[in-house]
Design a protein around this ligand. Structure first.
Ligand code: HEC
Ligand code: HEC
Ligand code: HEC
Length: 342
């Protein structure tokens, strides 16, 4: 009995010495060039696969993945956030990316083994210890679906070309061509900017930059331009009418709620117009805004994912999905700029 205990003690000691040598003395070679020890790669990859399959449950919020506007939005994000590692479809990642351990697979290979729910999980969460990043913010599964919609076209070998920004000659807004690959080019899910005042646009861009307004797509976009360019971009987009911006002329059942409110919901027009000046600190104009964008934002406010204005959070708290649909439809149906100064 005593001998068994002694052997166990010796083994435990050996374990501790090995761990100390590996961790403390740096005996394990972390060089990406040397690859993993036999079996380690297999174990990591199998763990990754099984972990995703266990966690990616059948989602109930999957939108229509064949929506061309959603696909275009996903392509726009892919171009700057994913292509540096996974390359454009049909191209190989650069030599430097292929020297990563594990290697980011070329995107056509990356999508083969996964269904849309699993892709969504991977892009939302990332993969620990592999270099595959998670989505820059939590609670925005809706945005991740845009990328999945794009990846589904890659799987079918039918992906639209990635957008290439045109240089804008306007010195105030040299980066505007990049922004316009989405704003003004994609007519749903992406907000119109030309209905806003520059103060509101500046605040929105700064909130994204600081991570105070959650959007993986816009946090990525704004982090690519120099911070000192923000006021110029805000002035530019507040004045340039964008092609593709249009009102929907939809039914107007939301008017009653927006104008009068209820016991639990304040009248929206008091702060957002039409028929009243916009509230300060800057409240955005809503008349003529994209309906899908309004619906998403109202859900984010109601569910506490978008914060930053206590008054707006309070206004959205009691909205039902039905209210949100009516209000968004009504505001989207209005002529842009209608009556803000009335
Ligand atoms: C910094 C480089 C990097 C960026 C940026 C990146 N990835 Fe990855 N990605 C990786 C690496 C490395 C792996 C391999 C993980 C593994 O096999 O353990 C991976 C794995 C994946 C996989 C799973 C493929 C498989 O079967 O191994 C998908 C799908 C994927 N990435 C999509 C994306 C999308 C979409 C984006 C952009 C939102 C993105 N990645 C951004 C490096 C990156
Ligand atoms: C890949 C597409 C894409 C690109 C590129 C892009 N945007 Fe956006 N933008 C969006 C989407 C989608 C939203 C809505 C984000 C959200 O849910 O908050 C948005 C929101 C905004 C908003 C907030 C508007 C509001 O009414 O609250 C501003 C301001 C903005 N973008 C400006 C810019 C500027 C300036 C650039 C260039 C530096 C740019 N965007 C690049 C897609 C894009
Ligand atoms: C007390 C003033 C106030 C009231 C009432 C109010 N809001 Fe707001 N709302 C704001 C402010 C301020 C913001 C901007 C907050 C920020 O910059 O983060 C905002 C933002 C929004 C946005 C985001 C738009 C964008 O472009 O990003 C939507 C959508 C919105 N409100 C809809 C509504 C609706 C619908 C109602 C009525 C149910 C309503 N609001 C009531 C003050 C108000």
């Amino acid at each position: 009995m005593k001998r068994v205990l002694l052997i166990l003690l010796a083994l435990a000691l050996l374990g501790v010495v090995t761990a100390v040598s590996v961790v403390g003395l740096g005996l394990y070679n972390v060089s990406a060039r040397s690859g993993h020890l036999p079996g380690v790669s297999w174990a990591l990859h199998t763990t990754f696969r099984n972990s995703v399959r266990l966690r990616a449950s059948a989602p109930d919020d999957m939108p229509d993945l064949s929506d061309p506007e959603l696909i275009a939005l996903g392509a726009g994000h892919y171009a700057t956030a994913c292509a540096p590692c996974h390359a454009e479809p049909g191209k190989r990642p650069t030599a430097t990316m292929r020297a990563m351990q594990p290697q980011p697979p070329a995107i056509r290979e990356a999508v083969t083994d996964w269904n849309p729910a699993e892709l969504h999980w991977i892009i939302d969460n990332g993969v620990k210890m592999s270099g595959m990043p998670g989505w820059p913010t939590g609670g925005r599964g809706d945005e991740v679906w845009a990328v999945v919609a794009y990846l589904e076209t890659v799987r079918r070998n039918a992906s639209p070309p990635l957008p290439t920004p045109k240089r804008d000659r306007n010195a105030d807004a040299a980066e505007a061509g990049y922004c316009r690959t989405c704003h003004g080019s994609i007519s749903r899910h992406v907000p119109r900017l030309d209905i806003q005042q520059p103060e509101y646009l500046t605040k929105a861009l700064q909130d994204y930059l600081k991570g105070e307004r959650p959007s993986g797509i816009m946090q990525q976009a704004v982090s690519r331009v120099p911070p000192e360019a923000i006021p110029g971009l805000a002035r530019y987009f507040a004045t340039v009418p964008l092609s593709g911006a249009k009102t929907t002329g939809a039914p107007v059942a939301g008017k009653e709620l927006a104008s009068r409110g209820t016991r639990k919901v304040p009248a929206c027009i008091a702060c957002h117009g039409p028929g009243a000046p916009l509230a300060q600190p800057p409240a955005p104009a809503l008349a003529g805004q994209d309906r899908a964008f309004l619906e998403t934002q109202l859900r984010l406010w109601r569910d506490g994912i978008r914060q930053g204005s206590a008054r707006m959070s309070a206004a959205a708290r009691a909205l039902t999905d039905h209210d949100i649909r009516l209000l968004s439809e009504w505001y989207a149906s209005l002529e842009a700029g209608s009556g803000n100064a009335e």
